[in-house]
Design a binder for this molecule. Structure first.
Ligand code: ARG
Length: 460
């Protein structure tokens, strides 16, 4: 075991199958930049507290920087037998600068090192995702000038319900993605606590200055309890959860637009750059990107589930099980970033089919609730008004007519308070204008929100 950094106590070699089974460098090599950054901060701190001379520090820092450049250039041979990215880098350092390199691991363990690197990585991933989500929000809000005044059917149970402005739809998604951004920002605060210096589980007797390292690595604070930190993966699970909700929101939107682009709906024309064809049916323009965004949500949910099961019942503190967290988190981050990026492109490139939407807007009694509320405002109790309008809709349905094609006499027969004025609230154009409540699809409300969002997202 001479070549293992931990080989001293071992009386023989580890089974080569164990090396293959337990390695993590095949995936944690993605932490190389964070590992080098963390080690440099650690070495500088050790020089401050007198554990390294200035010269030793400079050798270590220069050696790490050189290794960093080689890795970035793809010239660094990661070795499976050195298990992970951390031991690969440390071994390379010692090979280059000699015994001084053997001092780098003073006052730290891989347990706090892994957690530090992973937090740095997640912090960057959060910032990238936030920017991508902001772009997606901008894509929705950018549509609002183009689609101003377009009315769409709003659905519940996928049955026509009430009329809604297209812009109200776009801002509905903008709100969802804002909550996702808020969740990521909240998660970031907990990610951004430095574990380095908690060492294996109990801390260290070596004089170290954790706050010095925290400041150098832009952490907001240091984790308070070494035992807690050694076992903690909350920060990663929370991140995976925040990403899961992003994916869930995207899958809802993707499903909706898949439907809207069908011949049955004909609301939407998807940009061809984000569709693919069929190898047998020449006419096909399939919404594959949207389908894959919907489909990839499954793996993001699966990753979260894996992480939750992974930590279930683990005793304090560090357990090797925790090595399994990285592939799941990397996969969720990669998947969601790709989905959000493509979603923005689809949102920008899609076109609403105004004539086709308009043609069928008179169907489905989208104005029935408006008429009921009209009657309520004339003094009829809600339950009574509901019953009366329900009967009227029944009459219209039997004759396959929209409500505004019924005669005044029929309204009068339904309730004497219903006179000529009903025609001023019937039909989707009137029905939209009748809305007034805050947060509703009333044109004035939506216009106010559009202005607000443009402002928040730095548009115009
Ligand atoms: N490669 C491992 C990981 O990524 C490091 C394990 C360090 N700790 C230990 N006690 N073996 O988590």
């Amino acid at each position: 075991q001479q070549h293992k950094p931990w080989g001293g106590v071992f009386d023989g070699d580890v089974d080569p199958r164990v090396e293959r089974f337990s390695e993590s460098v095949s995936f944690d090599h993605r932490l190389h930049a964070q590992d080098i950054r963390g080690s440099i901060a650690h070495a500088r701190m050790l020089a401050e507290t007198g554990m390294l001379s200035a010269d030793e520090r400079d050798q270590i820092v220069a050696g790490l920087e050189q290794i960093g450049r080689e890795i970035a250039a793809g010239e660094f041979p990661f070795k499976q037998e050195l298990e992970d990215v951390h031991m690969n880098i440390e071994r390379a350092l010692t090979e280059r600068i000699g015994d001084v390199g053997r001092k780098l691991h003073t006052g730290r363990s891989r347990n706090d090192q892994v957690s530090t690197d992973f937090r740095l990585w997640i912090r960057d991933a959060i910032d990238r995702t936030d920017e991508l989500l902001a772009n997606l929000q901008r894509a929705f809000v950018d549509r609002c000038d183009r689609d101003h005044g377009i009315i769409l059917p709003g659905y519940t149970h996928l049955q026509r319900a009430q009329p809604v402005l297209a812009n109200h739809y776009w801002l509905a998604y903008t709100e969802k993605f804002q909550r996702d951004r808020d969740r990521l920002a909240d998660c970031r605060r907990r990610v951004n606590q430095l574990p380095l210096g908690t060492a294996a589980l109990a801390g260290t007797t070596i004089p170290i200055d954790r706050r010095h390292v925290a400041a150098a690595l832009d952490f907001e604070g240091i984790v308070a309890n070494s035992l807690d930190s050694s076992s903690d993966r909350d920060f990663a699970i929370e991140f995976a959860f925040a990403l899961t909700l992003v994916a869930e929101h995207l899958s809802t939107w993707a499903e909706e637009w898949i439907l809207w682009s069908t011949v049955e709906f004909r609301f939407l024309r998807l940009p061809h750059a984000y569709c693919t064809g069929s190898s047998i049916m020449p006419q096909k323009i399939n919404p594959d990107v949207l389908e894959l965004i919907r489909g990839k949500t499954a793996r993001v949910v699966g990753n979260l589930t894996s992480l939750l099961v992974l930590v279930k019942g683990l005793p304090l503190a560090y357990n090797r099980d925790l090595q399994e967290d990285k592939p799941r988190v990397f996969d969720s981050a990669d998947t969601v970033e790709a989905c959000v990026e493509l979603a923005a492109a689809v949102v920008t490139g899609a076109e609403l089919n105004r004539p086709a939407i308009h043609e069928k807007l008179g169907r489905g009694y989208l104005d029935a609730t408006t008429l009921m509320e009209h009657l309520i405002k004339l003094g009829v109790p809600q339950r009574t008004a509901h019953e009366i309008i329900g009967k009227l809709v029944g009459v219209a349905m039997k004759r396959d007519l929209p409500l505004n094609k019924l005669e005044v006499a029929e309204f009068q027969a339904a309730h004497p308070a219903l006179d000529e004025s009903v025609y001023q609230v019937l039909g989707v154009d009137h029905a939209i204008l009748a809305f007034s409540s805050e947060g509703s699809t009333a044109p004035a409300q939506v216009a106010k929100q559009v202005t607000l969002w443009k402002d928040r997202l730095g548009l115009e």
